[in-house]
Each structure stands twice: as structure tokens, then as C-alpha cells.
Ligand binder design. Structure first.
Ligand SMILES: *[C@@H]1O[C@H](CO)[C@@H](O)[C@H](O)[C@H]1NC(C)=O
Ligand SMILES: *[C@@H]1O[C@H](CO)[C@@H](O)[C@H](O)[C@H]1NC(C)=O
Ligand SMILES: *[C@@H]1O[C@H](CO)[C@@H](O)[C@H](O)[C@H]1NC(C)=O
Ligand SMILES: *[C@@H]1O[C@H](CO)[C@@H](O)[C@H](O)[C@H]1NC(C)=O
Length: 450
């Protein structure tokens, strides 16, 4: 049975739930992703276990949509040098505000089937984008990034009715393509290992979607001169997502300091593109040797798999399901960056064009990241040698030891147990700011061996 209703001409285009769940074999619920505990730094598998000072997991697989629907973003979010809060004890499951806020796609009293990202507390860490890019001769289809194209949805393929995942959606309309992008609000990441468990949904997948407002005509029509469109678009292939979109996961400072994973839906499903930018020499009109790789990966990107990008001091490495696929020393980013995930199409040579009316969906189960920030270096590191004499190591950290050591913060704060969720956020921040500083890592956790 299928319901798929399109209303053109009114302000809102509503995509009803496409239903064919009975024909899909159900997978069992997923085990919860393990988070590292009690570590002061994080290491990774591979030739450079390194270490990183921060860790954050955004798990979209069992999100209580109802509880998340209460975000009030009217307060400005300014992270400054503050770190992301990684409270694993149920962050943002604020018991006092389990009500639905206006605008949530839902009948009263039932759980929402989908929820736009910008209404969830994930929007505190990642900002969903809405900006436009006009058509040009080489990218003829205007692109409109819409916050409505980033949403959480129920996973109809899992037996657990509360299973969810994040979706980026792109839809080709006659005048433009509606696209999706999220960016970290923290922009001073300086080296990281980022992992995204994802899947490009095959055509005909079951997706509960929030309504999609029509963004056309654009806010500024002058920016979008009409460009003749190439109507020669290849037909749909069974079970594959339509051609014409690019899914990207990348670190970004600017176009010459960027490290990418890209998936083109026109490619075979086992092909991905890895690059450090710039990878094209426009003056010579040729690809720059060593800048990009076309990799054939062991699992198709139409099945759930974990794509990983390591940005290290002089090497970039790419993995799928923790198997290394590629490594590059060419133009490893050397400036503070943000992380971006997107799904887009502009009718140009790289993405190709989508067929009018088609949508493509990128599902994301979680984003996991261990990272350093450029602001880490600005923190007033106390030299241990000055405080402990010579090269003596500081005494082993033990909660029960406390001896007026100048490195130890106020002991009461250290022992304070912060409340879970939003109520404890300020307390956790205080603890983080006052945490003891060490020049080397005392208690590393390897995030790949949890
Ligand atoms: C992260 O920062 C720590 C402390 O400055 C440093 O020792 C470590 O090498 C950095 N990691 C990377 C991959 O640069
Ligand atoms: C959101 O927060 C602002 C400032 O804290 C407040 O004035 C406003 O009433 C809140 N809106 C809702 C819908 O709760
Ligand atoms: C239109 O698209 C088709 C298929 O992608 C391509 O072969 C053709 O060269 C394009 N025509 C123009 C004028 O760009
Ligand atoms: C840490 O403290 C516990 C008691 O609180 C003690 O049993 C243990 O031996 C101490 N460990 C170290 C390394 O001092």
C-alpha cells in the first residue's frame, strides 16, 4: 500500500509516508554504541594512534523525538572556546519539557514519525543550513539548502519501533534543487578522526518525512537568472538511488584547506572519492596528481557502513568499517576547520542532474568524532616540570588523593556529580574548565577497542 501525495502550488509540499514496510525484512535493534569512560585522551586504530583530547558521539539511533522536540533556539548559541557537552547519561532528555513544540509534524498525543533537525537539541552542536547558490554555466541548476531537508525519522526496517536515524534529503524541483547541509558550530577543530555510519537509501525506501515547504520563488529572484536546463537525464535503475547527487563528509577551512569523502549517486554503489583540496588545476585544466583517489570499497554505500576520515599531522587516511582504503600526504589540512555533511546536486559535471520530482536520501545512524581544537593550545598549560621538579611524573591520579597540589582544582568541584541532561550542563562545563592539566595523556582510551 502506498500513499505519496504531492501538493504543488500551495506554500507547502507534503510528502506523505511511503508505506511498504511489510515487504521489508526487519532487522533486530542495534546494540547501543559504547562510549569511552574515564579517559583523559583518545587514541584510534591505524598506524598513528596519536592522541586526541576530545571525544563526542551524536547517536541518532534511538532518539526520543517527542522529548527532542522542545528546543528553543531563540537564545543565541555561542560556543567560543567551550567544548561540546558529551554527557552520555541522557543529554537533553529534559524531563520537564516532554511536550511538542509548535510546527512538529504530528497528530496530537502520538509520537512523531519524523522531526526536523532544527527543532532538536542536536542543532546546538550542528547547524542545519539555509542558503542559496545561483545557477552558473558550469553548475546550471540553482541550489537551495533548506533546514527542512535535515530530519530525524523512524527506522521502519528495525523491529524496535523507537529506532530512528538522521536523514539528509535532496529533491529536484523544476526550477532548482532543494539540498541539505549540516555544519559543526565549532569551527576550530584542528585534526580529528571523524566517523559517520551512513547509507544512501535505495529507491523505494520507506521514509517518514516532515513537510517540505517550497522555497521557490527564491528570497532574492535577481540572484537566480533562469538557465536553460539539460533535459537529457538517464532513467531510474531498479533499487538504486537516482543519479545526480553528491553526499559529502569533509573538514573545511576554505577550498584550499579541505579533506573530503564524497559519494556520487551516479557511481557504482561500491565507489567513493577521497581528496585533499585543491584536487584540480584549473589553469592547466587537469587533476592534480596525488590529490584525489577513486576507491572501490568492500561494501556498497547502499548498506549501513562506517566511513572514517583521519586528519592527522601530516597524513590523511580514509577507512570503511575500520579497513583502511587510502592515505595521502598531499595538502593535509593545516588550519582550524569545521566538519560538514551535505547532500547536494547542481546539474554540473561532478554531480550530474536529478530527474524533476526525484528525491535522494542519505541516512545517518551516528557521527563519532575524536578531535583536538586550536584553542587547546591557548589554555594555560602549567609546566609539570616546574611544579614537580625535573622530569618527575605527577602522582597517579586517584580520586581519593588530594593534597593541595596547585594543579588540582577545587576538590569539591572535582568530586561534584553533575546532574544528567540539560540541568547538569553548566556543572559539566565547570568541571571541564577546571580539569587537571597534563602534558601527556595519562589514561588513553582507544575508541576502536571499546
Ligand atoms: C592533540 O593535542 C595533543 C596535546 O597538544 C597533542 O599531544 C597531540 O599530538 C594532538 N594530536 C594530533 C593528532 O595532532
Ligand atoms: C524561548 O526563549 C526565549 C528567551 O529565553 C523566551 O523569551 C521565549 O518565550 C521562549 N519561547 C518558547 C516558545 O518557549
Ligand atoms: C546533457 O546531459 C547528457 C547526459 O548527462 C549529456 O550526454 C549531454 O552532453 C548534455 N548536454 C549538454 C548540452 O550539456
Ligand atoms: C586509589 O585509591 C584506592 C582507595 O580509594 C586505593 O585502594 C588504591 O590503591 C589507590 N590507587 C593508587 C594508584 O594509589
Amino acid at each position: 500500500m502506498g500513499i505519496n501525495v504531492l501538493f504543488f502550488g500551495i506554500a507547502v509540499i507534503y510528502f506523505g509516508t511511503v508505506v511498504s514496510a511489510l515487504s521489508v525484512p526487519r532487522a533486530p535493534p542495534l546494540p547501543a554504541k559504547k562510549r569511552p569512560h574515564g579517559c583523559d585522551c583518545y587514541t584510534i586504530s591505524g598506524p598513528d594512534p596519536g592522541y586526541f583530547q576530545h571525544y563526542k558521539l551524536w547517536d541518532f539511533r534511538a532518539v526520543d523525538l517527542k522529548k527532542h522536540a522542545s528546543l528553543n533556539l531563540s537564545e543565541p548559541i555561542d560556543y567560543g572556546d567551550e567544548d561540546w557537552d558529551d554527557d552520555d547519561e541522557g543529554d537533553d532528555q529534559d524531563p520537564q519539557s516532554g511536550h511538542l513544540s509548535p510546527g512538529v509534524h504530528d497528530e496530537k498525543g502520538t509520537d512523531p514519525r519524523s522531526l526536523v533537525f532544527y527543532k532538536t537539541s542536536f542543532e546546538r552542536d550542528w547547524s542545519s543550513q539555509n542558503w542559496e547558490r545561483r545557477g552558473t554555466p558550469i553548475a546550471p541548476v540553482p541550489m537551495v539548502n533548506s533546514k527542512h531537508n535535515v530530519f530525524l525519522t523512524r527506522d521502519h526496517e528495525r523491529t524496535d519501533t523507537y529506532a530512528t536515524y538522521l536523514v539528509l534529503r535532496t529533491t529536484r524541483f523544476s526550477e532548482y534543487t532543494s539540498t541539505a547541509e549540516i555544519e559543526t558550530r565549532i569551527r576550530n577543530i584542528y585534526r580529528c578522526s571523524v566517523r559517520v555510519r551512513l547509507r544512501v537509501l535505495p529507491a523505494g525506501s520507506v521514509v517518514s518525512e516532515p513537510p517540505q515547504p517550497k522555497e521557490w520563488p527564491p528570497r532574492d529572484p535577481k540572484r537566480h537568472p533562469t538557465v536553460p536546463l539539460n533535459k537529457t537525464i538517464p532513467p531510474l535503475r531498479n533499487g538504486r538511488p537516482p543519479d545526480g547527487a553528491c553526499a559529502g563528509i569533509f573538514t573545511y577551512h576554505d577550498q584550499t584547506c579541505e579533506s573530503d569523502i564524497e559519494i556520487l549517486t551516479r557511481d557504482p554503489a561500491y565507489r567513493v572519492h577521497y581528496a585533499n583540496q585543491p584536487d584540480y588545476d584549473f589553469d592547466a585544466d587537469r587533476e592534480i596528481p596525488g590529490a584525489s583517489t577513486i576507491a572501490d570499497i568492500p561494501v556498497p554505500w547502499t548498506t549501513w557502513s562506517t566511513h572514517r576520515l583521519d586528519w592527522l599531522s601530516d597524513m590523511s587516511r580514509w577507512y570503511v568499517n575500520n579497513q583502511m582504503q587510502d592515505a595521502k600526504s598531499y595538502r593535509v589540512p593545516n588550519l582550524e576547520s569545521m566538519i560538514i555533511l551535505n547532500l547536494w546536486s547542481n546539474g554540473g559535471l561532478w554531480t550530474g542532474d536529478m530527474r524533476i520530482g526525484d528525491s535522494i536520501y542519505l541516512g545517518i545512524e551516528y557521527i563519532e568524532m575524536t578531535y583536538n581544537r586550536s584553542s587547546d593550545a591557548l589554555r594555560p598549560y602549567v609546566s609539570l616540570s616546574q611544579n614537580h621538579g625535573g622530569h618527575q611524573r605527577p602522582p597517579p591520579t586517584n580520586g581519593s588523593l588530594g593534597n593541595g597540589d596547585p594543579l588540582e582544582p577545587d576538590r569539591n568541584q572535582k568530586h561534584e556529580k553533575c546532574k544528567p541532561g540539560r540541568q547538569g550542563r553548566e556543572c559539566r562545563r565547570k568541571k571541564w574548565r577546571n580539569r587537571p592539566l597534563h602534558e601527556s595523556c595519562q589514561r588513553p582510551c582507544n575508541i576502536d577497542e571499546l
